[in-house]
Design a protein around this ligand. Structure first.
Ligand code: ADP
Length: 615
């Protein structure tokens, strides 16, 4: 049994070569036999005919010699007769050795006896001539020799005829044989063609069948049927290939099963985690269609997952504000954004910190969003209690503090009698602390009002230089007293801003008073307004002590003060927190750029009139 494909193909070609060889050899043998037969027969007959012809010529010349002997010249006649006798016998010898036809041998025998008779008669003729004379010889020639001469010629004619006939018969036989050979060669050729075609087809199909099976199996596997195996029994190269292919498919299937199984377990785990998150959560696709909701979401928003799956977000949540926030986050391309919303549902009123996180696929294209509704209702409530408490306390502090400050005023002006130096210093200390406490109370009240949304903002269109002018004016004198330089510069034709005049004035007052607080004699404070990128940038810059890097963000938090080293706190730590709240209420931003011992810049932005962002 041949195992290799190479061997099988070689066998196929070998069998075809053998078939061709059989056809070739058969044709050659036939042609050879045919030509041999023709040659054999034709040449033998031709020789006999030729010999008969030569013998006829010889005997005719002998006949003439006999007549010459009788009537003309005895010697010459005898010589001529004898010479032709030799000639006759030479050809007779050829003929005797070339008997091929049936009856030819009898004819040769008869020829021999008639010719022998004829020659003997010539001997007799010689005797009669010499004994009885010419006339008797002529008489003997005519009566005895001539009939024997005719007999011999007749035998020769018959001999020639029998060979001629045989020659024609040989020709017919050769034609017949040629035809037979042609048919035989044709038959074998036909057999070789049919056989060769059948063998080629059979083997080609046999060789190609495993490849066809392998191709079909590959197609099925490509379509996902990983359990398919190529059923190939051959042990040749294709068999080996299919065995390796089947091994590979098995490995692939095992891998897929394990990966899939693992993935399924992980997916179910993640799903269980998502479902059990106590805050409502939904997952949206890029068309804002709901593709997953968790249990808390179903409960609070009173929606069933199976009803709202594949529906638009607004069909499930019906809150345009939240939807605008989600879509703006999605369009901004930011990874995550969060904002607090008040949402009222049948199940209650909630404050949700809505956290939108965009999901990207492996090509970094946005593929959806996760929206977490972090329930901060309780926090808000606690904050409200705290704010209300601070507001109440602050309010309660305000009246007694005013009385204390007024009292110290009266005492300082010595309305209650003369004071010695110690008493004056003591009352001055009481006054300073009371004023600081009063500022703290005022700042706290302002902050709680803004945070609780109770503060009323009157947004109107103003020229920013008017606001700054108004805010700076009260500080010129103070700056002069403290020997500090206070400047204000503003671009010409700067666009108007939308702002609450009083609140922005308050912001500037705070920033300028801080600048004065944290600078030394000879320092500079510059206030500047300019238009940049569709916004108005207002900067309060000083050449004071500066703020350490780690504090530039923190100082906007409540009660944060830089108390590092030589720095001593001189305020309440609330001013910048209020400033930040006010700027954010204007949809602006505020930040600090500072370098220690070089100075600080407080920069905030305001919207240009007519270009306000949503508040
Ligand atoms: P305070 O009433 O303490 O000034 P603020 O909130 O206004 O409270 O300021 C917070 C802290 O920021 C200050 O205590 C001070 O340390 C720092 N600070 C504010 N402005 C300046 C400034 N221009 N230069 C240096 N430090 C500053």
């Amino acid at each position: 049994m041949i195992k290799t494909l190479k061997g099988k193909i070689s066998v196929l070609f070998l069998s075809l070569v053998l078939l061709i060889a059989v056809v070739g050899i058969t044709a050659s043998i036939n042609l050879f036999n045919l030509s041999g037969a023709i040659d054999g027969l034709m040449i033998a007959n031709y020789k006999s005919i030729n010999a008969a012809s030569k013998m006829t010529e010889a005997i005719e010349r002998q006949d003439s010699a006999a007549l010459t002997y009788i009537n003309v010249d005895v010697k010459k006649g005898r010589e001529l007769f004898t010479a032709n006798n030799e000639e006759f016998l030479k050809w007779y010898e050829v003929d005797v050795n070339n008997v091929t036809e049936k009856g030819e041998r009898d004819l040769v025998q008869s020829l021999k006896s008639s010719y022998t008779n004829y020659v003997n008669l010539f001997l007799d003729l010689q005797e009669i001539r010499s004994r009885s004379g010419v006339e008797a010889a002529n008489e003997f020639y005519n009566s005895k020799m001539t009939p024997e001469f005719i007999n011999t010629k007749e035998d020769l004619r018959k001999l020639s005829l029998i060979n001629e006939k045989a020659m024609f018969e040989s020709k017919d036989l050769a034609t017949e044989n040629a035809k037979k050979s042609m048919y035989l060669v044709l038959g074998i050729s036909l057999f070789a063609i049919v056989g060769g075609y059948a063998i080629s087809r059979f083997f080609t199909n046999r060789f190609l069948q495993p490849i066809t099976i392998l191709t079909q199996t590959m197609k099925l596997i490509k379509a996902g049927e990983l359990n398919k195996q190529a059923d190939i029994q051959t042990r040749d190269e294709i068999g080996e290939l299919s065995t390796e292919f089947n091994n590979m498919t098995r490995r692939l299937q095992q891998y897929e099963q394990s990966t899939l199984g693992q993935l399924l377990i992980e997916k179910n785990k993640s799903l269980a985690i998502v479902k059990s998150i106590s805050d409502p959560m939904i997952v949206l696709d890029t068309d804002y269609r709901i593709i997953l909701v968790n249990n808390a979401f179903e409960r609070i928003f009173s929606v069933a997952e199976d009803v709202f799956l594949n529906r638009h977000f607004l069909e499930g949540v019906r809150n345009g504000e939240v939807f605008d926030f989600i879509s703006s986050t999605f369009k901004s391309g930011d990874e995550t954004q969060q904002k607090i919303f008040f949402i009222s549902r049948n199940s209650g009123n909630y404050y949700f910190n809505v956290i939108v996180t965009t999901v990207k696929d492996s090509n970094a294209n946005l593929s959806g969003m996760i929206v977490l509704f972090q329930n901060v209702t309780q926090l808000k409530e606690v904050e409200k209690i705290r704010t209300d408490f601070i507001a109440t306390i602050s309010h309660e502090f305000k009246t007694p503090l005013t009385s204390i400050i007024m009292g110290t005023d009266v005492l300082q002006e010595e309305g209650m009698g003369q004071l010695n130096a110690d008493q004056k210093q003591f009352i001055q200390a009481i006054r300073e602390d009371s004023e600081r406490l009063s500022k703290l109370v005022n700042d706290l009240l302002e902050l709680t009002r803004i945070e609780s949304g109770k503060a009323v903002f009157k947004f109107e269109e103003y020229a920013i230089d008017d606001i700054i002018e108004c805010a700076v004016k009260p500080f010129y004198q103070l700056a002069q007293q403290q020997e500090k330089n206070l400047y204000f510069s503003c671009e010409d034709d700067i666009p108007h801003v939308v702002a609450d005049f009083e609140k922005i004035t308050w912001v500037l007052n705070n920033l300028i008073s801080n600048a004065l607080k944290y600078t030394e004699i000879g320092d500079e404070i510059v206030i500047n307004a300019e238009e940049k990128a569709g916004m108005i940038y207002i900067t309060v810059k000083d050449s004071g002590r500066g703020i350490p890097k780690e504090f530039t963000d923190k100082i906007f938090d409540k009660f944060v003060q830089v108390k590092d080293g030589d720095f001593e706190a001189r305020g309440t730590g609330l001013g910048l927190a209020v400033v930040k709240e006010i700027i954010e209420a204007h949809n602006g931003e505020i930040w600090c750029e500072s370098e220690l011992d070089v100075g600080s810049s407080f920069i905030f932005t305001l919207n240009i009139a007519g270009k306000e962002q949503n508040r």
